[in-house]
Design a binder for this molecule. Structure first.
Ligand SMILES: [Ca+2]
Length: 367
């Protein structure tokens, strides 16, 4: 009897230590491990081989190790928290090892909370016995400030080394749920922004003769872009939430107009139809769109493999990039809203859930 009891304990421990195995729609499996838990996280970023940075909307920035050990970082700016707004993305400067710069996006208010805008800053990340940000500098503000607490977007990406966009800073600027600013060249909302790493406006941006703000625009006609990443060839990809369905994956090119709110593959929440992209060829159609919605958040690319997180779809969505197109290959139902995804240098996939009790999770080799 005693022998049987010991065997049962060993089996139980084995089960507890094992990773969750999740089967995809195409028959592949992911072996998923839990790393740590966070309160309403928004973004993850690889810091080095052993650590990640994690933001929480409430204004907390953390480092976390693969063992799950978390360390809080001090010295963050004053952040407006409410609705979809709060602390957002965190990205390392391409030359971080030398300059220690991290870039953060968050929601700011110029008037005690009446109006709001997305704000991108950079600061030096000091990781000694008192981890902190130092030397905060403002890089970009989403002007003009507007009311409402949604669709800030504010994802950040740097052009990869060796590409035509090496070292250039790209920021997604959402439509703030106002729709029409996406086609207004005197408003930064509904655009992808391109700047030098210090916030200076590049003279080779595409809209040079349409006003001061337009000189910061790389592309226009966007809605709410919660994921953006470069592939290894230097092609920029971004997804955006559709209105009622019609989420889009777009290949982003200089000076292009992606059509929001004039065209969409989805309809307004009221049910009022919106003409499709094919009805107005001056607008660039998405490479892929989703009806019904997946509600995409976060994007990461390794080689020709792209992963997107799904909020409403509660899934990891795997795509294959093939030249100028990309297609969904497989979907992994995770049972929780996924907020952000990030490949590490070894091809491991980190992802983080959405909500008050959200897990940071890891897949060793998602192939
Ligand atoms: Ca579009």
């Amino acid at each position: 009897m005693r022998q049987i009891f010991i065997v049962l304990i060993i089996s139980f421990n084995t089960v507890v230590m094992a990773a969750d195995v999740v089967s995809g729609s195409g028959g592949r499996t992911l072996s998923v491990r839990d790393i740590a838990s966070f309160a309403s996280p928004w973004a993850i970023e690889m810091l080095d081989a052993g650590r990640l940075l994690v933001t929480e909307k409430s204004g907390q920035l953390w480092t976390v190790r693969g063992s799950g050990e978390k360390t809080a970082i001090d010295g963050l700016p004053k952040i407006y928290v409410g609705g979809q707004g709060g602390l957002g993305d965190v990205v390392l400067h391409p030359n971080f090892e030398a300059n220690r710069w991290v870039y953060l996006s968050f929601v700011d208010s110029p008037d005690g909370g009446r109006t709001r805008y997305a704000h991108v800053v950079r600061a030096r990340l000091i990781l000694d016995d008192r981890p902190r940000l130092e030397g905060l500098e403002s890089i970009w503000r989403q002007m003009p400030a507007t009311q409402g607490e949604g669709h800030f977007s504010h994802r950040i990406a740097f052009g990869p080394a060796g590409s035509a966009q090496a070292g250039m800073l790209f920021i997604t600027s959402g439509d703030r749920q106002l729709q029409w600013p996406a086609q207004d060249m005197e408003m930064a909302q509904g655009k992808i922004i391109r700047l030098h790493d210090d916030g200076a406006v590049p003279v080779d941006n595409p809209f040079q003769d349409q006003g001061t703000l337009a000189r910061t625009f790389w592309s226009v006609g966007h809605r709410n872009m919660l994921g953006m990443a470069f592939d290894s060839r230097g092609v920029l990809w971004a997804h955006e939430m559709g209105p009622r369905h019609g989420d889009e994956l777009n290949r982003i090119t200089a000076g292009a107009n992606y059509g929001w709110p004039e065209v969409s593959e989805g309809n307004h929440y009221s049910g009022v139809p919106i003409p499709p992209h094919s009805s107005q060829p001056q607008f660039v159609a998405p490479i892929q769109f989703w009806v019904p919605t997946i509600a995409p958040s976060g994007m990461t690319i390794d080689g020709d493999t792209m992963f997107i997180g799904g909020l409403r779809s509660q899934a990891l969505i795997k795509l294959r990039i093939n030249g100028d197109v990309a297609q969904e290959l497989e979907r992994f139902e995770m049972g929780r809203r996924i907020r952000d995804v990030q490949f590490d240098a070894k091809g491991g996939l980190w992802f983080i859930e959405d909500g008050r009790s959200a897990r940071l999770r890891y897949v060793e080799a998602p192939r």
